[in-house]
Design a protein around this ligand. Sequence first.
Ligand code: NAI
Length: 284
Amino acid sequence: MTIKQVMVIGAGQMGAGIAQVCAQSGYNVFLHDANEQALHNGMEGIKKRLAKAVDKSRITESEKQEAIDRLTPATEMEDVSKCDMAIEAIVENADVKKNVFRELDAHAPSHAILATNTSSVSITEIAAATNRPEQVIGMHFMNPVPVMKLVEIIRGLQTSDDTYTKIADMASALSKTSVEVDDAPGFAANRILMPMINEAIFAVHEGVASVEDVDTVMKLGMNHPMGPLTLADFIGLDTCLYIMEVLHDGYKDSKYRPCPLLRKYVNAGWLGKKSGRGFYQYES
Ligand code: NAI
């Protein structure tokens, strides 16, 4: 079985990016979202990004049109019955994700692989909600998906070698570089990145340096393309807090304690770029 038809569930930041990259790489893609407006916005966002890529001569007009022709908006998740694999990129909530996986499992053909783009929910736990746990896997793309080269491929306890190989081959077909990661809290990327962001917030919280100076230290001192507080605003401070809590709960180690200032900002609704205010202010 080769993967030809793909369903992406969730047409937000990540799902729309994943659908775009799959369509540009020759897969037929059904893009589904529970919210029709989000599905519309996701499709429009893809078309805009492809048009921009043509303007910048990164792709040709016909490549753009071919990618658009491979994309089908799907209002019903049942269309997964026509697919060889599905990638879920919905809200970061274990219970909601498990419900979606139960539904995908009920409608997908028996050979289909079910992948999740979760940043922090256990793959083993999601897999256990289905009757095909050996065909469930983590496929963790980075944001923005069309730009970032890395995909973390996360094996749950039950994931088969065959499933892993097919997903590693698919990541290569998407022109991504993949790394194999065990199903541990935060996987590898967020286990390393989030404590650094959390520490940067502690530095501000304790008055060690200002927001701008903390970012300058990491940009000019460590050659990071973006300071950790700018990056936190971009990721979303609610997401950062959620992942720190997963690390803290998972490892029961105080070194992962979320900074109180991070919690305070989230409680205030200062979620970063998406809410107009985080460590920095943004135009609406
Ligand atoms: P988002 O909020 O932009 O998009 C989520 C979409 O899922 C929304 O359009 C929403 O309508 C839809 N949705 C929610 N529940 C649904 C359901 N039951 N069925 C169908 N659609 C549903 O979120 P974003 O940022 O795209 O994140 C999605 C996933 O990707 C999360 O698991 C997140 O942890 C992960 N992720 C996020 C990254 C980021 O930088 N934002 C990076 C890597 C992974």
